[in-house]
Structure formats: structure tokens, C-alpha cells
Ligand binder design. Structure first.
Ligand SMILES: C[S@@+](CC[C@H](N)C(=O)[O-])C[C@H]1O[C@@H](n2cnc3c(N)ncnc32)[C@H](O)[C@@H]1O
Length: 266
């Protein structure tokens, strides 16, 4: 389906002010945001610019939504007369976020379309995630900046996309035995979605539980674990049997397979 058929694109075209987005974003907006249509949500967009996206969001979410724009440029205060709330501040300043959330409280959705540097996107994520309600989300746009040298000084170990990947590692520490990170957002972020140029973090504190085994206490057929038989035909398996070695002898198979996997990581 063409992006022109998406609902958000229709609102983009209808907006009375200039709006700057990328064509591939409209499908993603539809996918992520349609569930909030006509709901009394608080939606925050970082990056107002010429105001066009504020009207697009109003058209999508309807009258009951509280729509808040954040920008460095004080001129965007002009959009308050249309019923938007506007805050002037720097998304890379922790004090700004402390002030903002003290005023506003928890919100449903935050869309980061601000300055797109690694630092701005990372500080914004850290400060915003704890202030998003359950079932809400943070959407970070233009994460392709993490791959671009000009202006963004990437790729870098500390690019935002690498931070988003670290959050994937972080939420996997909810599985027992996997060591915790010193800095963690795992008690808020239930799920991370990666799209081209966009990452969304889905908040649900209730589902962010430590994982553990469970069985249903029903009749068991005591099945053999067949994974131990996988290498039966291999030379390694024959050597293992010949010397009557225990299961940890499968380690060389893991090494050999890791070498075979290398090509997929190129
Ligand atoms: C890409 S434009 C926003 C486009 C707008 N959302 C739209 O869809 O038409 C980026 C905006 O972010 C603002 N901005 C840049 N750095 C910022 C920062 N550190 N804090 C807050 N806003 C910032 C700029 O002033 C600019 O208006």
C-alpha cells in the first residue's frame, strides 16, 4: 500500500502549516498511533519547527487529546492560540525535563523529532521513559543519524542506535542469571520496536517482571532431550563416544558453528 493511503498522510496533507517528515514514516505512524485515536491522551512532540505536525496530530487524535510541543525556538509559542501547549527548552538538559514533568505529570506518547544528536536522543530517552504511562510509548525519529558522519559524527560506540540496542540487552536481563546493567530502564520498557529510521519503546511496568520457569504439573512422557543427539553423525560425536566424554564436549561444535555464522554478521 502506498504511504499516500495511510491515515496519517491524509492528516499531514490537510495540516495548515508546513510539516517535514519522511515518506516511510506514515505507515509506522499508522501502526503505532492509530490506537490512540479519539482518546483523551497527552501527546508530546519534541521539535515544532513550522507547526505543521501539531495540526497533523490534532487531526489524528481528535479534540480530546492534549497536544504539547517542545522546541528551542521561542517563536513556536505562536501555536498556543490554536489550543496546543508549548514549552520552550532544550531536550538535552535534564533540568528542562525535571521542570517539564513537574508541570505536566505523566504522559501517554512522546515523539522525538528534535535535534537528533546521540546526546539529545539518549538524554531524552532516559528522562522521558520513566514519565510515560503504561501502554504508552516513546517514538524516536530519524535514528538514521546514528549512521551519518556529516553533522552527526557517527557511527560511534555511543550512537543512539547503539543505545537502543543496549536497551534490548537490558530488557533481556529480566531472564534469570543474566547480569544486570548498572544503568537500566528495564522496569519500564516492555518492548522495543525497530523500523528504518525509527525506534519505539513501549512502556508497561506491570509486564516488566523478572522471568522464571513454570510448568503445568500435567502427565509427562519423560521425553529424551534430542538436542544432545544433533551431532550424532559428526566426527566430534564419535570422538566423544570413543573416549566416553560428557556433554560439555559439545563446546567444539559451538565454536565451529560460530565460525559458520560469521558470514551472516558481515
Ligand atoms: C525536524 S524539525 C521538527 C519538524 C516538525 N516536527 C515537523 O514534523 O514539521 C526539528 C525542530 O527541533 C528543534 N530542536 C533542535 N534541537 C532541539 C533541542 N535540543 N531541544 C528542543 N528542540 C530542538 C528545532 O528548533 C526544530 O524546530
Amino acid at each position: 500500500m502506498s504511504y499516500k493511503k495511510t491515515e496519517t498522510y491524509k492528516h499531514f496533507i490537510k495540516s495548515k502549516y508546513y510539516c517535514l517528515k519522511h515518506k516511510n514514516y506514515f505507515h509506522i505512524y499508522d501502526l503505532l498511533l492509530k490506537k490512540f485515536k479519539n482518546k483523551p491522551i497527552t501527546f508530546v512532540e519534541i521539535g515544532v519547527f513550522s507547526g505543521g505536525s501539531l495540526f497533523m496530530w490534532r487531526n489524528l487524535f481528535g479534540k480530546r487529546a492534549r497536544i504539547i510541543g517542545i522546541d528551542l525556538n521561542p517563536d513556536v509559542k505562536r501555536f498556543e492560540k490554536y489550543g496546543f501547549e508549548i514549552y520552550i527548552g532544550d531536550q538535552s538538559k535534564e533540568e528542562f525535563w525535571n521542570y517539564f514533568f513537574k508541570k505536566i505529570g505523566k504522559v501517554d506518547v512522546i515523539l522525538d523529532d528534535g535535534g537528533h544528536t546521540n546526546y539529545q536522543q539518549t538524554i531524552t530517552t532516559n528522562k522521558c521513559v520513566p514519565m510515560i504511562k503504561d501502554n504508552g510509548m516513546l517514538i524516536v525519529e530519524d535514528v538514521h543519524a546514528s549512521y551519518i558522519k556529516h553533522n552527526w559524527y557517527n557511527p560511534s560506540k555511543y550512537s543512539f542506535i547503539n543505545y537502543a540496542k543496549k536497551i534490548v540487552d537490558d530488557i533481556n536481563t529480566r531472564f534469570p542469571g543474566i547480569p544486570d546493567f548498572k544503568y537500566s530502564l528495564k522496569k519500564y520498557i516492555y518492548k522495543v520496536e525497530f523500523f528504518e529510521s525509527i525506534v519505539s519503546f513501549h512502556i508497561n511496568r506491570k509486564l516488566c517482571k523478572k522471568n522464571s520457569f513454570i510448568n503445568n504439573s500435567k502427565k509427562t512422557t519423560s521425553p529424551i532431550e534430542f538436542r544432545n543427539k544433533l551431532d550424532e553423525g559428526s566426527i566430534l560425536f564419535k570422538i566423544k563416544n570413543y573416549f566416553n566424554l560428557k556433554n560439555n564436549f559439545t563446546y567444539p561444535t559451538f565454536i565451529i558453528n560460530a565460525l559458520k555464522l560469521k558470514k551472516f554478521f558481515k
